[in-house]
Design a protein around this ligand. Structure first.
Ligand code: PSV
Ligand code: MN
Length: 387
C-alpha cells in the first residue's frame, strides 16, 4: 500500500500498556528500585496516560487483580478518563496464593478450585465496574513430575472453570485464554500452547479467544504461522507483545527480534485487523528491570508502530503475483524490501499530523515528568511486580 494509505491505517493502531510495567520488577536474583515509581494504581494510570500523551497510540491500560485492587473501580475508571485513557483488559491472578501450589482451577482440591473460579468471576464484576470488555486468563497451573497428577482430569477441571466464567460474561465481554510453554511448572503446563487454548475456546464459544504472548513459545517457534492460523479461524483475540532471548524475558517488544515482529504484523495487516475495534487487541506485557519504565514503554510502542508501518508498505499485489508465479526469490524480495525500508519518517509524520512531537523519547525526556514524579513520589511503598 502507498505511504498515505499506510499512515491512515497506522493511525488506527492502538496499543494497550500494562499497569505492572510501571512498577518495579526484576528477576529472582534482584529487584532494582527506581525513583518515581508509582505507589498505587492511580499513579500507574497517570504514567500510562503519560505514555499515551507522547505516543498518541496507547489509549488504554491493562489492570491486574489483585495488584491493582482499589475500593472503587468506577472511581479509578473515571480517574483514567480524566487522564485521557481508559482501563482496558482485566488480568486475573490465580498464581500468587499459597493455596495454588498444586494448581488453581486444575487443583485436585475442589475447595481451591472454587476459590480460583470465584476470583475469575470477581474479575468479571470488576470489568462491569470499569467498563472493560476483556478478561485475560493466564494459568500457572501444571505439574513438575510425571505421575504427579492426572493430565486429562486437569483438563476436565480447567474446562469446568472456564465454562462457568464464560457463562458469566456479558454480551460485550470476552475471555482471552493465554498459553505458556513452561514455567512455573516444568513437566506439564495445563495450557501450554495455542492448540490447547484454541480447543478450549472453540468449545466455549465466540466470546472465548486466544491470547498470543510472544514470549511464551519454545525457541525457534514460528509465531507468525500461529497468528495466521488463528486469524483464519477467527480465534485470535489479543497479543501480549514482548521480546525474548531465552525464556519469558519480558523485554521491550521488537527489541530482541524486530524481524519477527514485522513478520507477525504482516499477517495481521493481511487479515485487515490492525485497527482498534477489529477484534484483535494489541497489548504490551513487559517488565522493565533495568531501563526506566515510561521511556521503556514509549520505545516499545515505537517499535510496534515501526514494525506495523513496514508491514503496511509491503507491495501486496507484487507479493501475491510472485507467489502465484512460484517466484520464490521474487516473493521473498518483495517482503524484504518492505522490511528494509526506513519507516521512521513516516511514523514521525504521523505523530506530527496529530499534533505530537515527532520524537516521543526526546519529548518525554525534555518534559520534566521523570523529575516531577521522582520529587513527588516519596514515602509510601513503591509498586512492584506482584503489588
Ligand atoms: C504470565 O507470564 C503473563 O504473561 C500473563 O499475561 C500475566 O498476566 C502477565 O504475565 C503478568 O504476570
Ligand atoms: Mn502475558
Amino acid at each position: 500500500m502507498d505511504t498515505t494509505t499506510a499512515m491512515d491505517a497506522l493511525r488506527q493502531l492502538q496499543i494497550e500498556t500494562p499497569s505492572w510495567a510501571y512498577g518495579n520488577s526484576g528477576t529472582r536474583f534482584k529487584v532494582f528500585a527506581q525513583a518515581g515509581v508509582p505507589r498505587d494504581p492511580y499513579e500507574k494510570v497517570a504514567d500510562a496516560a503519560t505514555v499515551h500523551r507522547f505516543t498518541g497510540s496507547a489509549p488504554s491500560v491493562a489492570i491486574h487483580i489483585p495488584w491493582d485492587r482499589v475500593d472503587d473501580f468506577a472511581h479509578l475508571a473515571a480517574f483514567a478518563r480524566g487522564e485521557g485513557v481508559s482501563l482496558g483488559t482485566v488480568n486475573s491472578n490465580v498464581f500468587q496464593d499459597d493455596d495454588y501450589m498444586l494448581g488453581s482451577v486444575t487443583n485436585p482440591d475442589p475447595r481451591i478450585r472454587r476459590k480460583a473460579t470465584d476470583h475469575l468471576l470477581e474479575c468479571v464484576d470488576i470489568m462491569d465496574a470499569t467498563g472493560s470488555s476483556d478478561l485475560k486468563l493466564w494459568f500457572s497451573d501444571g505439574t513438575n513430575y510425571p505421575g504427579q497428577d492426572d493430565i486429562r482430569l486437569r483438563q476436565d477441571r480447567l474446562y469446568e472453570a472456564l465454562a462457568e466464567v464464560y457463562a458469566r460474561l456479558g454480551s460485550d465481554q470476552r475471555m482471552l485464554l493465554e498459553y505458556k510453554l513452561f514455567e512455573p511448572a516444568f513437566y506439564t503446563m495445563d495450557v501450554p500452547d495455542w492448540g490447547v487454548s484454541f480447543a478450549h475456546c472453540l468449545k466455549l464459544g465466540d466470546k472465548a479467544v486466544v491470547c498470543v504472548d510472544t514470549g511464551h513459545h519454545a525457541p525457534g517457534t514460528n509465531i507468525e504461522f500461529i497468528v495466521a492460523f488463528l486469524l483464519r479461524e477467527g480465534k485470535l483475540g489479543a497479543f501480549d507483545f514482548n521480546s525474548r532471548f531465552y525464556a519469558d524475558d519480558d523485554l521491550m517488544a521488537g527489541s530482541a527480534d524486530p524481524f519477527q515482529l514485522f513478520r507477525i504484523m504482516h499477517e495481521v495487516v493481511k487479515a485487515g485487523v490492525v485497527n482498534a475495534g477489529s477484534g484483535v487487541s494489541f497489548m504490551l506485557d513487559q517488565c522493565h528491570n533495568i531501563e526506566p519504565k515510561i521511556p521503556g514503554q514509549i520505545r516499545s510502542i515505537m517499535n510496534v508502530q515501526e514494525a506495523t508501518a513496514k508491514a503496511l508498505i509491503v507491495d501486496q499485489p507484487s507479493l501475491t503475483a510472485a507467489q502465484l508465479a512460484g517466484d520464490v526469490l521474487g516473493a521473498n524480495g518483495v517482503l524484504m524490501d518492505a522490511y528494509n525500508t526506513d519507516v521512521r519518517d513516516l511514523v514521525r509524520e504521523l505523530r506530527a499530523s496529530i499534533g505530537l512531537d515527532p520524537e516521543p523519547m526526546q519529548a518525554y525526556a525534555a518534559s520534566g515528568y521523570a523529575q516531577r514524579i521522582s520529587d513527588e513520589r516519596v514515602g509510601g511503598s513503591q509498586a512492584g511486580w506482584g503489588a
